[in-house]
Design a binder for this molecule. Structure first.
Ligand code: DC
Length: 230
């Protein structure tokens, strides 16, 4: 499939719905850029933990982000599909998905001025070329004119199993029961927050991935993307 220069594919959905796997695979198939925006919020959460910044302190968090020299390079050869470094140090999946980061990231992502800073960076990155961007507010806020918007959902059980496999592969120990509680709590915080809550854009295609694998979802999105170009 040849890719128009303006192609932007927004993939939103709840925690562990398969967004990042699908978005990364899709970007590889289309040979376009891929960014998981959750990693940016997780980077700020990591910086807050490192510096002892309170997750409720919006001013301090914004300052932290502005001064941290966070560099994002879209690089398919990197293990995550892109590289993210803070103050020159690259952050890996184990760091970004640590229990401590996961426990505070939704609180951090609920601050309006934190979101403004993130959205600005994300839009700048999208100017670099055709992109698949995964997150919670990509189709609604970051790229509202994206020609392809997907809202990916899955049952809590399917999401728990997937996230457990992902974490175990990254060497992180998990309890399934605790994971289910964390995922449900994060969904609640992301859906109920006042600014840019997790919601499907009115023009998003809703795909339930509970019973299908990532390859099938990618194929479905490719068909939707082909239709969007006509
Ligand atoms: O997709 P994830 O689990 O890595 O996301 C981490 C947190 O960041 C999640 O609780 C919601 C938030 N997030 C957001 O609010 N907006 C985005 N575009 C991406 C993530």
């Amino acid at each position: 499939m040849s890719v128009p220069t303006h192609l932007q594919i927004a993939i939103d959905g709840p925690a562990a719905s398969g967004k990042t796997t699908v978005a990364h695979l899709l970007a590889q198939r289309l040979k376009i850029l891929y960014l998981d925006t959750g990693a940016m919020y997780r980077t700020l959460a990591h910086l807050a933990l490192q510096s002892g910044t309170d997750a409720d302190n919006e001013d301090a968090l914004v300052r932290l982000w502005e001064h941290a020299h966070v560099a994002i390079a879209l690089d398919d050869a990197a293990p995550l599909g892109f590289r993210i470094a803070a103050d020159g140090r690259e952050l890996d999946e184990a760091t970004l998905h640590s229990k401590q980061v996961t426990a505070i990231v939704s609180t951090i992502a609920a601050h309006p001025r934190v979101r403004e800073a993130m959205v600005e960076s994300q839009r700048r990155i999208a100017q670099d070329g055709p992109v698949v961007m995964a997150g919670r507010d990509i189709g609604t806020v970051v790229l509202p004119f994206a020609p392809v918007k997907i809202f990916l959902t899955a049952s809590v059980n399917a999401r728990v199993e997937r996230r457990a496999a992902q974490l175990q592969a990254a060497g992180i120990d998990v309890s399934l029961h605790q994971l289910a509680r964390e995922i449900e709590e994060r969904d609640r915080l992301d859906r109920e927050r006042a600014v840019s809550p997790l919601v499907a854009a009115p023009d998003a295609h809703v795909i339930d991935s509970s019973a299908v694998d990532a390859a099938a979802v990618v194929a479905e999105i490719e068909t939707i993307a082909r239709g969007a170009r006509r």
